[in-house]
Design a protein around this ligand. Structure first.
Ligand code: 13P
Length: 251
């Protein structure tokens, strides 16, 4: 982990969680209050229906809340969509954009993801921009090429004052229990760091690069110790306070 960057441990609840699930956040807040001070920023991205309620519980513990997606426009006739401005109004400070589940199932292109990232920054949110190769792309030796191209086209030309976060999530590692080797993670994060630094200078050198895909209490310590891994984007293991707290403690 690059020491001068405060790591970010972000939970992506995906389409999980109803008001009964808020008990887990209360438990997490209690664990944080009684244990050692965390050495990272903590974020939870719940379904939009829970943002306000979760914020009321999480904010006193310093836990940041975020959205899981946003529309590129600030408002308008877009039934079912949520704008970055609305997320900010509900208390969000960040938003995930370009998650592979949205890229694959809703055909989200790099151009659209970039538009969402711009909208997020305009609304005062930090975009967590996801990139990652599929299993077939890795097997054909194209992982770096795919991720480099996603990065070049999904990350906006201008990065605002608040900065951005990049999340490297190999698609084949999401929800499968399988993770890349530490060497493979180090190599991809090194490439992302180089590309960000070439393009954005000091801002790129300071940008958090998260790893995501089957991060669990059992492997978090090892993954978080890899150079240029500045935190994690955690799905399944963020739903239970015990597991999420164990990952926070692994920083
Ligand atoms: P899992 O941690 O469940 O593999 O999900 C990772 C992810 O997609 C986070 O955005």
């Amino acid at each position: 982990m690059t020491t001068q960057i405060t790591p970010l441990i972000a939970g992506n609840w995906k389409m999980n969680g109803i008001s009964a699930s808020l008990g887990e956040v209360r438990r997490l807040a209690e664990m944080l209050a009684t244990g050692e001070a965390p050495r990272c920023t903590i974020a939870i991205c719940p379904p939009a229906t829970l943002l306000s309620q979760l914020n009321a519980i999480a904010a006193p513990s310093g836990i940041v809340i975020g959205g899981q997606d946003c529309h590129p426009m600030p408002s308008g006739a877009h039934t079912g969509d949520i704008s970055a401005h609305m997320l900010a109004d509900a208390g969000a400070q960040c938003v995930i954009v370009g998650h592979s589940e949205r890229r694959a199932r809703y055909g989200e292109t790099d151009d659209l993801v970039r538009g969402k990232a711009v909208a997020a920054m305009t609304a005062g949110l930090i975009p967590i921009i996801c990139v990652g190769e599929t299993e077939a792309e890795r097997q054909s030796g194209r992982a770096e090429e795919v991720v480099s191209s996603q990065l070049a086209n999904s990350v906006p030309e201008q990065i605002g004052q608040l900065g951005i976060v990049v999340a490297y999530e190999p698609v084949w590692a999401i929800g499968t229990g399988v993770t890349p080797t530490s060497d493979d993670i180090a190599q991809m994060h090194g490439t992302i760091r180089r590309l960000l630094t070439e393009r954005y200078g000091e801002t790129g050198a300071r940008t958090r690069i998260l790893y995501g895909g089957s991060m669990k209490p059992a492997n978090a310590r090892e993954i978080l110790a890899i150079e240029n891994v500045n935190g994690g984007l955690i799905g399944g293991a963020s739903l239970l306070a015990n597991d999420f707290h164990a990952i926070i403690s692994a920083v």
